[in-house]
Design a protein around this ligand. Sequence first.
Ligand code: G3P
Length: 220
Amino acid sequence: MKFFIDTANIEQIKEAKSLGILDGVTTNPSLVSKEGIVGRDNLLKHYIEICNIVQGDVSAEVISTDFNGMITEAEELAALDPNIVVKIPIIKDGLKAIKYLTDKGIKTNCTLVFSTGQALLAAKAGATYVSPFVGRLDDVSSDGIELVYNIAEIYRYYGFDTQLLAASIRSTQHIIQCAQAGADVVTSPLSAILGLLKHPLTDSGIKKFLEDYNNTVGKK
Ligand code: G3P
Protein backbone atom coordinates (compact mmCIF):
# COMPACT_ATOMS: atom_id res chain seq x y z
CA MET A 1 0.00 0.00 0.00
CA LYS A 2 1.25 3.48 -0.87
CA PHE A 3 1.31 6.33 1.66
CA PHE A 4 0.43 9.79 0.39
CA ILE A 5 0.19 12.91 2.54
CA ASP A 6 -2.95 15.04 2.15
CA THR A 7 -1.60 18.57 2.51
CA ALA A 8 -0.02 21.47 0.64
CA ASN A 9 2.10 22.39 3.66
CA ILE A 10 5.78 22.24 2.71
CA GLU A 11 7.08 21.58 6.25
CA GLN A 12 4.68 18.66 6.78
CA ILE A 13 5.57 17.21 3.37
CA LYS A 14 9.28 17.43 4.27
CA GLU A 15 8.66 15.79 7.64
CA ALA A 16 6.66 12.96 6.07
CA LYS A 17 9.39 12.49 3.47
CA SER A 18 12.05 12.29 6.18
CA LEU A 19 10.23 9.22 7.59
CA GLY A 20 11.21 7.36 4.42
CA ILE A 21 7.73 6.03 3.68
CA LEU A 22 6.20 8.81 1.59
CA ASP A 23 5.01 7.84 -1.90
CA GLY A 24 3.16 10.99 -2.96
CA VAL A 25 1.06 14.04 -2.11
CA THR A 26 -2.55 15.04 -2.63
CA THR A 27 -3.85 18.59 -2.48
CA ASN A 28 -7.16 20.27 -3.13
CA PRO A 29 -8.31 23.91 -3.44
CA SER A 30 -9.11 24.11 0.29
CA LEU A 31 -5.69 22.74 1.28
CA VAL A 32 -3.80 25.17 -0.99
CA SER A 33 -5.83 28.12 0.24
CA LYS A 34 -4.92 27.14 3.83
CA GLU A 35 -1.28 27.81 2.91
CA GLY A 36 -2.10 31.44 2.12
CA ILE A 37 -1.04 31.17 -1.52
CA VAL A 38 -2.24 34.19 -3.48
CA GLY A 39 -2.37 34.19 -7.28
CA ARG A 40 -2.28 31.41 -9.88
CA ASP A 41 1.43 31.87 -10.64
CA ASN A 42 2.31 31.37 -6.99
CA LEU A 43 0.12 28.28 -6.84
CA LEU A 44 1.89 26.76 -9.85
CA LYS A 45 5.26 27.53 -8.22
CA HIS A 46 4.03 25.86 -5.04
CA TYR A 47 3.16 22.67 -6.96
CA ILE A 48 6.64 22.68 -8.52
CA GLU A 49 8.20 23.07 -5.06
CA ILE A 50 6.23 20.05 -3.82
CA CYS A 51 7.31 18.00 -6.86
CA ASN A 52 10.93 18.90 -6.14
CA ILE A 53 10.62 17.49 -2.61
CA VAL A 54 8.73 14.26 -3.28
CA GLN A 55 9.68 11.57 -5.76
CA GLY A 56 6.12 10.44 -6.41
CA ASP A 57 2.75 11.50 -7.74
CA VAL A 58 1.43 14.92 -6.70
CA SER A 59 -2.27 15.61 -7.20
CA ALA A 60 -3.25 19.15 -8.22
CA GLU A 61 -6.94 19.90 -8.66
CA VAL A 62 -8.72 21.81 -11.42
CA ILE A 63 -11.24 24.46 -10.44
CA SER A 64 -13.13 24.54 -13.76
CA THR A 65 -16.36 22.58 -13.96
CA ASP A 66 -16.71 22.55 -17.75
CA PHE A 67 -14.86 20.23 -20.16
CA ASN A 68 -12.84 22.88 -22.02
CA GLY A 69 -11.82 24.66 -18.85
CA MET A 70 -10.74 21.40 -17.22
CA ILE A 71 -8.65 20.38 -20.23
CA THR A 72 -6.91 23.78 -20.43
CA GLU A 73 -6.11 23.67 -16.71
CA ALA A 74 -5.09 20.01 -16.82
CA GLU A 75 -2.60 20.62 -19.63
CA GLU A 76 -1.15 23.60 -17.77
CA LEU A 77 -0.79 21.55 -14.57
CA ALA A 78 0.59 18.44 -16.28
CA ALA A 79 3.28 20.55 -18.01
CA LEU A 80 4.69 21.57 -14.60
CA ASP A 81 6.22 18.20 -13.77
CA PRO A 82 5.92 14.56 -14.97
CA ASN A 83 4.69 13.60 -11.48
CA ILE A 84 1.67 15.90 -11.53
CA VAL A 85 -1.65 14.06 -11.43
CA VAL A 86 -4.65 16.18 -12.40
CA LYS A 87 -7.49 15.92 -9.92
CA ILE A 88 -10.91 16.11 -11.54
CA PRO A 89 -14.36 15.89 -9.89
CA ILE A 90 -16.74 13.12 -10.89
CA ILE A 91 -19.31 15.15 -12.80
CA LYS A 92 -20.37 14.64 -16.41
CA ASP A 93 -17.76 16.98 -17.92
CA GLY A 94 -15.19 15.62 -15.47
CA LEU A 95 -15.78 12.09 -16.71
CA LYS A 96 -15.32 13.24 -20.32
CA ALA A 97 -12.16 15.11 -19.32
CA ILE A 98 -10.71 12.04 -17.58
CA LYS A 99 -11.25 9.95 -20.72
CA TYR A 100 -9.73 12.67 -22.93
CA LEU A 101 -6.69 13.16 -20.66
CA THR A 102 -6.15 9.40 -20.27
CA ASP A 103 -6.04 9.06 -24.05
CA LYS A 104 -3.46 11.87 -24.12
CA GLY A 105 -1.31 10.14 -21.49
CA ILE A 106 -2.04 12.65 -18.71
CA LYS A 107 -2.52 11.07 -15.26
CA THR A 108 -5.79 11.81 -13.43
CA ASN A 109 -7.22 11.46 -9.93
CA CYS A 110 -11.02 11.30 -9.98
CA THR A 111 -12.13 13.12 -6.86
CA LEU A 112 -15.23 13.74 -4.72
CA VAL A 113 -16.28 10.10 -5.10
CA PHE A 114 -19.02 8.98 -2.72
CA SER A 115 -20.50 5.89 -4.43
CA THR A 116 -19.50 2.68 -6.16
CA GLY A 117 -21.29 3.86 -9.32
CA GLN A 118 -19.08 6.94 -9.51
CA ALA A 119 -15.99 4.79 -8.93
CA LEU A 120 -17.05 2.40 -11.68
CA LEU A 121 -17.39 5.27 -14.17
CA ALA A 122 -14.00 6.69 -13.16
CA ALA A 123 -12.34 3.34 -13.84
CA LYS A 124 -14.16 2.94 -17.17
CA ALA A 125 -12.86 6.37 -18.22
CA GLY A 126 -9.33 5.23 -17.34
CA ALA A 127 -8.61 7.38 -14.27
CA THR A 128 -5.17 6.69 -12.78
CA TYR A 129 -6.63 7.07 -9.28
CA VAL A 130 -10.10 7.18 -7.78
CA SER A 131 -10.58 9.06 -4.50
CA PRO A 132 -13.48 7.95 -2.31
CA PHE A 133 -13.92 10.40 0.59
CA VAL A 134 -14.05 8.21 3.68
CA GLY A 135 -14.33 10.84 6.42
CA ARG A 136 -16.96 12.95 4.68
CA LEU A 137 -19.20 9.87 4.33
CA ASP A 138 -18.71 9.08 8.02
CA ASP A 139 -19.63 12.72 8.75
CA VAL A 140 -23.12 12.13 7.33
CA SER A 141 -23.54 8.82 9.20
CA SER A 142 -22.77 6.75 6.13
CA ASP A 143 -19.93 4.19 6.05
CA GLY A 144 -16.79 5.42 4.29
CA ILE A 145 -14.78 2.25 4.90
CA GLU A 146 -17.57 0.10 3.48
CA LEU A 147 -17.33 2.13 0.26
CA VAL A 148 -13.59 1.39 0.07
CA TYR A 149 -14.32 -2.36 0.46
CA ASN A 150 -16.98 -2.23 -2.23
CA ILE A 151 -14.88 -0.33 -4.76
CA ALA A 152 -11.92 -2.67 -4.14
CA GLU A 153 -14.16 -5.67 -4.78
CA ILE A 154 -15.52 -4.28 -8.06
CA TYR A 155 -12.06 -3.24 -9.31
CA ARG A 156 -10.61 -6.66 -8.40
CA TYR A 157 -13.47 -8.47 -10.10
CA TYR A 158 -12.95 -6.66 -13.41
CA GLY A 159 -9.17 -6.14 -13.17
CA PHE A 160 -9.37 -2.36 -13.55
CA ASP A 161 -5.97 -0.59 -13.53
CA THR A 162 -7.36 2.44 -11.63
CA GLN A 163 -5.73 2.68 -8.20
CA LEU A 164 -8.05 3.04 -5.23
CA LEU A 165 -6.83 6.08 -3.29
CA ALA A 166 -8.68 6.41 0.00
CA ALA A 167 -9.06 10.12 0.83
CA SER A 168 -10.65 12.30 3.51
CA ILE A 169 -8.85 10.25 6.13
CA ARG A 170 -9.40 11.61 9.62
CA SER A 171 -7.63 9.16 11.91
CA THR A 172 -4.94 6.53 12.29
CA GLN A 173 -7.65 3.90 12.58
CA HIS A 174 -8.99 4.97 9.17
CA ILE A 175 -5.56 4.15 7.65
CA ILE A 176 -5.63 0.63 9.13
CA GLN A 177 -9.21 0.07 8.02
CA CYS A 178 -8.44 1.24 4.47
CA ALA A 179 -5.44 -1.10 4.34
CA GLN A 180 -7.68 -3.98 5.43
CA ALA A 181 -10.29 -2.98 2.84
CA GLY A 182 -7.77 -3.21 0.00
CA ALA A 183 -6.95 0.44 -0.77
CA ASP A 184 -3.93 0.79 -3.07
CA VAL A 185 -3.11 4.20 -1.61
CA VAL A 186 -4.17 6.05 1.54
CA THR A 187 -3.73 9.82 1.66
CA SER A 188 -3.79 11.19 5.18
CA PRO A 189 -2.78 14.08 7.39
CA LEU A 190 0.70 13.75 8.92
CA SER A 191 -0.80 13.31 12.41
CA ALA A 192 -2.71 10.19 11.31
CA ILE A 193 0.44 8.68 9.78
CA LEU A 194 2.48 9.40 12.92
CA GLY A 195 -0.25 7.76 14.99
CA LEU A 196 0.68 4.42 13.42
CA LEU A 197 3.97 4.54 15.33
CA LYS A 198 2.38 4.93 18.73
CA HIS A 199 2.05 2.13 21.26
CA PRO A 200 2.42 2.49 25.04
CA LEU A 201 4.14 -0.91 25.27
CA THR A 202 6.81 0.30 22.81
CA ASP A 203 7.44 3.38 24.98
CA SER A 204 7.51 1.46 28.27
CA GLY A 205 9.63 -1.28 26.64
CA ILE A 206 12.29 1.23 25.54
CA LYS A 207 12.26 2.84 29.00
CA LYS A 208 12.82 -0.54 30.72
CA PHE A 209 15.57 -1.62 28.29
CA LEU A 210 17.45 1.63 28.90
CA GLU A 211 17.04 1.38 32.68
CA ASP A 212 18.32 -2.22 32.73
CA TYR A 213 21.26 -1.36 30.48
CA ASN A 214 22.26 1.69 32.51
CA ASN A 215 22.00 -0.25 35.81
CA THR A 216 24.42 -2.96 34.64
CA VAL A 217 26.28 -2.83 31.33
CA GLY A 218 26.35 0.94 31.20
CA LYS A 219 27.46 1.39 34.86
CA LYS A 220 30.52 3.60 35.31
O1 G3P B 1 -8.17 15.85 -0.81
C1 G3P B 1 -9.42 15.31 -0.56
C2 G3P B 1 -9.67 14.96 0.86
O2 G3P B 1 -8.70 14.16 1.41
C3 G3P B 1 -10.42 15.90 1.72
O3 G3P B 1 -10.38 15.58 3.08
O4 G3P B 1 -10.77 16.05 5.45
O5 G3P B 1 -11.44 17.76 3.73
O6 G3P B 1 -12.72 15.65 3.99
P1 G3P B 1 -11.39 16.30 4.13
